[in-house]
Design a protein around this ligand. Sequence first.
Ligand SMILES: [Zn+2]
Length: 328
Amino acid sequence: MLTVALLANGLVGLVIISVVVWRGDGRTDLRRCPECWYDMGATEGLTCPECGHTATSGWQLHQRRRVGRAMRAGLWAAWVAWVLGAYFALPGPWTSKVPRPLMRVMLSVAAAPPRAPAGGAGSGLPVPDGALRRSGSAWERKVWEHQAMVAMDAWAEAVTGGGGAGPLTDEELVKLVPLARDANALFQQTGDLRWGEAWVYQDARQRLVERRRAAAGEGMEGAALLLRLEWALGELQHDGTGYAWRPDFARVPDEVITRALGHADAQVRLFGVQRFGRRVHLTVMDGAQPMPVGRERIEAMAKDDPDPAVRRRAADLVAYLEGFVPRR
Ligand SMILES: [Zn+2]
């Protein structure tokens, strides 16, 4: 990216010149005429022997020397030229050229919020308008990202229990599982955003990463919150360091999977089986990844889970396990 390097060098140069010019000559210890900067160190009184200007008070002779008007105008022109040059030299639509902090403000003020979930509040995540994601308008594509960010924040808020997070309860799991599915489906949709344009929705995940870091530092006090945050990040396919685009990188923590597999609600058990399957797939592709906990449970569910859909799914998973991760 030669263009970016040139623009960056230009910016550094401009900033340095601007600082020097703005500071001016800081020698306030000298007695100088404020009009022509003649050194009046050897002159008595307030009248300049060079240009005849009379200062109204003694402190006027000790001013910081500023650059002339022409110099300042030139500096302004250089800044305008830099901004225009950057705008036309950078590739991509205008939304990629406006600085991100400004873009965030514009979106927070002007972007339409996502729709409420079809089943009402709490039944799912807010729904971003899918037509915007593939719109020809760069602004509309950004609005979709903004809506996705709002939905991901809603997922984070639900799973972390609004801050006062205790251990996950079975009642909570029933409510959270549909949201988790929505969050992961939404994350997968971000995979076909245009390269280099997609970044707004990542703010939601970055906030989670920072909360996770803070919770990890709290030791036992932060343990319940940490588990919730890891689940939240797992559905957004955070792989511990960055993020992965593959859906099977959704690393839902063992504790959540175990709780889901033993749940009374068939939908929650099905979710547990699916997330266990993704974790196994990850282990198959990358041997360094630990096997998820609960293989015996899956094998038992394949035989005698009361729900036929759960039983079928568990049986598929057992076949996969026997094929790819045979018991020694
Ligand atoms: Zn003078």
